[in-house]
Design a protein around this ligand. Structure first.
Ligand SMILES: Cc1cc2nc3c(=O)[nH]c(=O)nc-3n(C[C@H](O)[C@H](O)[C@H](O)COP(=O)(O)O)c2cc1C
Length: 254
């Protein structure tokens, strides 16, 4: 089993691991630390799980490009997972399904799960929680049963998932983390930034034209000086917290 994920704030990785607990040894590939620059050719006998955080209702654009160019299937089974911050996953799961099917995989199971919102951290705070982890474990057990019965090269009808198949251009998010006065110039953020938006020489600066707002820099900063800041961010956070207060529940599809 191969598990590929992108998880700047950790909830997507935690979710992938919870889902795959019933499986034996899993080979992990974290696209944050090691982006796909080479082809991965997955034999039909090897199942693959791809877990992505939802960004503006889509899978992250950079991940889409890496997966589309380099993840190659040979009619083997795939599990598609989207982790979102309690607003909605919109087109993300269908987008991931289309991408995997287009690259030669059969998506035999899909799941949308909830993780703490990585921009507005009061939204879905504490998630995935015990109930989410139990739902992930249950999904994993059901996936295992499906994969055990899977016959490579057999008939395959794509699962019906919500979301558009004819997608508009990606939307960006107008909030970017900045460093406060506790920056020690340790460069943990610059080294981790998947977008190359933090210069090594001046890591307290964020190049907003490159930043994808993923929050990896906030997660890793040893002094917690990197944060989303500013009046427009604070105002948006209040509105967003009110709009997304109602708890969403995991959804699974086979
Ligand atoms: C740029 C950006 C856009 C996001 N867009 C959405 C969204 O459209 N819907 C949603 O519910 N959550 C959204 N989120 C929240 C993430 O999907 C959620 O926090 C996810 O659990 C993050 O995964 P990670 O912890 O593995 O980084 C967004 C987060 C970021 C950083």
């Amino acid at each position: 089993m191969l598990s590929l994920f992108f998880s700047p704030r950790g909830t997507t990785k935690k979710s992938a691991r919870a889902i795959l607990r019933p499986f034996g040894p899993v080979q992990e590939r974290d696209l944050l630390g090691r982006p796909l620059r080479e082809d991965i050719d997955v034999p039909a006998e090897e199942p693959v799980l791809v877990a992505m955080p939802v960004y503006a209702g889509r899978i992250p654009q950079g991940c889409r490009e890496q997966l589309a160019a380099h993840l190659k299937g040979r009619g083997g089974p795939a599990i598609a997972v989207a982790v979102y911050g309690n607003r909605d996953y919109d087109d993300a799961l269908a987008e991931l399904q289309d991408l995997l099917e287009g690259n030669g995989f059969h998506v035999v199971a899909a799941g949308a799960f909830i993780g703490r919102h990585s921009i507005f951290s009061n939204v879905a705070a504490g998630r995935p929680d015990e109930a989410d982890l139990a739902a992930m474990a249950d999904f994993g057990a059901r996936c295992k049963a499906v994969l055990d019965a899977y016959v490579p090269g057999g008939a395959h009808t794509p699962i019906a998932l919500k979301g558009r198949h004819d997608l508009p251009p990606h939307k960006s998010v107008p909030f970017h983390p900045t460093a406060g006065d506790r920056c020690m110039k340790c460069n943990a953020c610059a080294n981790a930034c998947p977008a190359g938006a933090i210069p090594i020489e001046t890591p307290w600066v964020t190049d907003e034209s490159k930043c994808i707002s993923c929050g990896a820099c906030i997660y890793l900063c040893p002094t917690q000086t990197r944060q989303y800041r500013g009046e427009s961010y604070e105002a948006a956070a209040k509105g967003f917290e009110a709009k997304c207060a109602q708890r969403r529940e995991p959804e699974v599809f086979f």
